[in-house]
Design a protein around this ligand. Structure first.
Ligand SMILES: Cc1cc2nc3c(=O)[nH]c(=O)nc-3n(C[C@H](O)[C@H](O)[C@H](O)COP(=O)(O)OP(=O)(O)OC[C@H]3O[C@@H](n4cnc5c(N)ncnc54)[C@H](O)[C@@H]3O)c2cc1C
Length: 310
């Protein structure tokens, strides 16, 4: 304990490797930067986290911080598929591989349509706080499907516009499975747990459909795919009711995990780090990664995370 009543981190201990525990003496500070999925796991195993959960696993409580592992969220993302007036071709071939290896150009050097991403606002927000991301995908180098998929092909190239919910209200958490550091944590996403996120994705789908109706895209005969999800067969396609059902079946994570050691001021009991990224009540310990974001940013998060870390 330091004079201010804070715990001071003095020794860092590694999980045993070859049966041996290694330690490092800490003279200044430790910065935990293991990402939003693993940072709360490390903190909890170090005795920093919700008291009740730590006690359940007989982990000595160093600091009761109920916010560690909570506020877990990301950008839920739902793809809307279209076909184009273009042949259903697959770009991977020996010629394409040679082109890439020789000149570093061609389909293998490209991320296809994903090079253009739009962030827009729908009815429940303003242009300053856009909450829908439209991310096209297609013309990406991909392996040709097997014979069965080839038989299913409509003969037309398909592209998609993925709709991202940029300010989700749903929150999940990351909890320990046991006191054993080699056991993986339990991830509870709870994405689309709040109706506002389902509604937000549906309004984003409608923006994507509107985009497909623009003159520029009409020139490509961007046509909504007729393939529907069997689990939503009870709903008229393509109605809002159908999309509200479909987003529950086919929404992906968006990979932008964050929030599990959130930054804020001490009046919020769920805050884990202060604006200087110092862990509450522990001297000599900071968190610098996506965990500290109280609310995910309005677009992809890698650049903001690097800014936080730097
Ligand atoms: C498939 C995928 C695609 C993505 N695409 C994009 C994109 O196009 N644009 C974008 O902006 N973002 C993208 N992201 C998100 C972006 O990569 C992450 O938000 C960002 O990397 C998070 O940074 P971080 O430092 O918080 O965590 P990470 O980058 O995950 O870094 C954590 C590091 O800690 C290490 N680590 C974990 N546990 C331990 C341990 N116990 N001991 C030692 N080391 C440990 C990990 O190995 C890792 O190197 C993508 C993510 C994924 C998974």
């Amino acid at each position: 304990m330091t004079r201010e009543g804070c715990h001071k981190l003095v020794v860092l201990e590694y999980p045993p490797q070859d049966g041996k525990v290694s330690t490092i003496n800490v003279s200044r500070e430790v910065v935990v930067s293991a990402g939003a999925l693993k940072t709360p796991f490390i903190l909890k195993h170090s005795g920093i986290g919700p008291k009740e959960e730590l006690e359940n696993f007989d982990i000595t409580v160093v600091k009761d911080l109920p916010g560690v592992g909570e506020n877990f969220h990301y950008h839920p993302t739902f793809p809307v598929s279209f076909t184009l007036n273009d042949l259903d071709e697959y770009d991977d071939s020996w010629a394409v591989a040679v082109e890439y290896l020789t000149f570093r150009i061609g389909p293998l050097s490209s991320t296809g349509l994903t090079q253009v991403v739009g962030v827009l606002s729908n009815n429940d927000t303003t242009d300053e706080w856009p909450n829908v991301q439209l991310k096209p995908a297609g013309y990406q180098s991909g392996c040709a499907p097997g014979e069965i998929d080839a038989l299913k092909s409509s003969g037309k190239r398909s592209v998609s516009i993925s709709v991202g919910r940029q300010h989700p209200g749903s929150r999940g958490n990351i909890t320990l499975r046991s006191s054993n550091v080699t056991d993986k944590p339990v991830f509870s996403g709870n994405f689309l747990g709040e109706q506002e996120d389902v509604d937000g994705l549906v309004s984003g789908v409608n923006l994507a459909l509107k985009l497909a109706e623009t003159e520029a895209l009409k020139a490509w005969n961007l046509t909504l795919s007729t393939t529907t999800l069997s689990g939503c067969a009870d709903y008229h396609y393509p109605s809002d009711e159908y999309w509200a059902c479909a987003v529950k079946y086919d929404t992906a994570f968006g990979h932008h995990y964050c929030g599990t050691a959130k930054m804020g001021n001490s009046s919020d009991s769920m805050v884990v780090v202060d604006p200087q990224l110092r862990v509450s009540g522990i001297s000599g310990l900071r968190v610098a990664d996506a965990s500290v974001m109280p609310q995910v940013t309005s677009n992809n998060i890698a650049a903001p995370v690097m800014m936080i870390e730097e």
